[in-house]
Design a binder for this molecule. Structure first.
Ligand SMILES: [Zn+2]
Length: 234
């Protein structure tokens, strides 16, 4: 998640958040609504009690890796099979190549702005953000401290058209295409609008996370569901 707000680029329009557009639906059914069948409330995942060397491996729920401010990893953790110029996880890289090719066919250009980031790189990114952002709060709303960045998994990437960055990216042909089709290729929009309290991050229309087609296809294409909610962590 590199700087969405570049202090020097004052021409970058600031999109107005529209919380009213965000439906407050929850995937959990109320037990009272289904008297005959058991409620579809997901089982509460096991608590993350990792510490010390256990942080060399990420926290997972049903095989899905979760790296966030609440579920951190050590400096030694990284994708087991990094590949290509962005050192992405091999499976994620293949899915991205497929998605990029499909977009190209539709006349849409997908460019990777950021892929895998090591703990050390993230440390530098974070310090720079704390120095350059207008406030500490805004720096932390868009940037993960080292060990808390999903980019360290090699499963995440920041995508754009190579021209329009930050929040306006959402309204580019690339942003619109990705938001509509990413699930087909196994990706989800990881930090949806209005879910800051759950994800720990502001809306990031550019940050995509590979979770595989099985999981991604269960996400609404409206991009209103977080991974935390899906896994029963929120
Ligand atoms: Zn990112």
């Amino acid at each position: 998640m590199p700087s969405p707000v570049t202090p020097s680029a004052s021409s970058t329009p600031v999109a107005t958040p529209s919380p009213s557009l965000t439906p407050t639906t929850t995937p959990t059914a109320k037990p009272t609504q289904t008297a005959s069948s058991s409620p579809s409330q997901p089982a509460k995942p096991a608590a993350d009690k990792r510490k010390g060397r256990q942080l060399d491996k990420p926290y997972t729920v049903d095989g899905v890796i979760v790296v966030s401010k609440a579920h951190r990893v050590s400096a030694t953790y990284g994708p087991p099979h990094p590949t290509g110029p962005y050192h992405l996880d091999a499976t994620a890289a293949r899915a991205l190549a497929k998605m990029t090719a499909a977009a190209k066919k539709a006349g849409v250009r997908i460019v990777v702005r950021s892929g895998y980031r090591s703990y050390a790189t993230q440390k530098a990114v974070y310090s720079r953000a704390l120095r350059n952002y207008p406030s500490e709060a805004s720096a932390k709303a868009y940037n993960a401290p080292p060990g808390a960045s999903e980019h360290q998994t090699g499963l995440s990437m920041d995508l754009w058209d190579g021209v329009t960055w930050s929040l306006p990216m959402a309204n580019t042909a690339t942003g619109k295409w990705l938001h509509k089709h990413c699930h087909t290729y196994g990706f989800i929009l990881r930090y949806p609008k209005g879910k800051q309290k759950i994800t720990g991050y502001n809306y990031e229309p550019w940050h995509f996370r590979y979770v595989g087609v099985d999981v991604a296809s269960q996400f609404p294409t409206s991009n209103t569901l977080t991974l935390e909610e899906f896994l029963g962590l929120a």
